[in-house]
Design a protein around this ligand. Structure first.
Ligand SMILES: NC(=O)c1ccc[n+]([C@@H]2O[C@H](COP(=O)([O-])OP(=O)(O)OC[C@H]3O[C@@H](n4cnc5c(N)ncnc54)[C@H](O)[C@@H]3O)[C@@H](O)[C@H]2O)c1
Length: 258
């Protein structure tokens, strides 16, 4: 899918799914501005994309901080050009306890990165898309956690449920401006986040409930992000597209046929 000449911002682009999307967009011809808290890693990954022949630049940013995001978006518009594509992949997962043992600080922190961050980025980008008349696309990285509750991830699941609704209300507001807003809901995907958080019993449990019988590679989520950025998805807006290996299709309390 060609993204020739498009200017893209990808948040959370120093690793995992965000990095895979940045690489894919650069390979498809976009000029990609990668942003993340991890500056050293982000700079290295942007350099690797340039070395491979793509266009990439890294700018550090805390996407939960409105002033910093405004500066980032302003700089991109001035130094790179009007923004066509924005992907919000920055996310954190701070689980482990049921909601009644979760501190307000932890709950609020997860919401500030996973939900308020995409609101801040979306707002800054959308206002400029409207002003410049760009018919672009905004893509959020949600999760199967938007619709499947996990008792010990109250903040994460709430943030992703909210993100899928934010996707809808943004899509409604941007439709008249020709900008599409969608989300991707990955199932289990190999990334630094999953590698750090999951032990073998947790992996086995997830695989037992994943019909395709494996985790996704981040590149497979990037393929969906390329589709949602391209004209091939020109009539899709307000959706969360689940790249989940069949997890949401499975009623796992019913036994498999012998
Ligand atoms: N990996 C999975 O199985 C999976 C499944 C469903 C959804 N997701 C979602 O996909 C997205 C990417 O996850 P991942 O698995 O690649 O995780 P990851 O931890 O590998 O990548 C997330 C990146 O976001 C960055 N980040 C965190 N807070 C930030 C902030 N305030 N500002 C800027 N950058 C920040 C991190 O530094 C990191 O590089 C997340 O939103 C996550 O919730 C992942």
């Amino acid at each position: 899918m060609s993204l020739d000449g498009k200017v893209a911002i990808v948040t959370g682009a120093a690793g995992g799914i965000g990095l895979a999307i940045a690489r894919r967009y650069a390979r498809d011809g976009a000029r990609v501005v990668m942003t993340d808290l991890q500056a050293e890693r982000g700079e290295q990954e942007a350099l690797a994309i340039r070395t491979a022949g793509g266009w990439a630049r890294f700018m550090a940013c805390d996407t939960a901080d409105e002033a910093t995001v405004e500066t980032l978006v302003e700089t991109v518009e001035t130094e790179v050009g009007p923004i066509d594509l924005a992907v919000c992949s920055a996310g954190i997962s701070k689980g482990g306890q049921p909601f009644y043992d979760t501190t307000l600080e932890d709950f609020t922190k997860v919401l500030s990165v996973n939900l308020v961050g995409p609101f801040i980025v979306g707002k800054a980008v959308a206002r400029r898309m409207i002003a410049s008349g760009v018919k672009g696309a905004i893509i959020h990285i949600s999760s199967v956690g938007a619709v499947l509750g996990v008792e010990t991830s109250p903040a994460y699941c709430t943030s992703k449920g909210g993100l899928s609704m934010l996707t809808k209300v943004m899509a409604l507001a941007m439709a008249r401006h020709g900008v599409r807003v969608n989300a991707i809901g990955p199932g289990p995907t190999w990334s630094p986040m999953t590698e750090a958080a999951l032990d073998q019993p947790a992996i086995d449990m997830m695989l037992s409930r994943t019909p395709l019988g494996r985790f996704a590679e981040a590149d497979e989520v990037a393929g969906v992000a390329a589709f949602l950025a391209s004209e091939d998805s020109s009539y899709i807006t307000g959706q969360t597209l689940y790249a989940d290996g069949g997890r949401l299709a499975l009623n796992y309390v019913v036994s498999k046929p012998a």
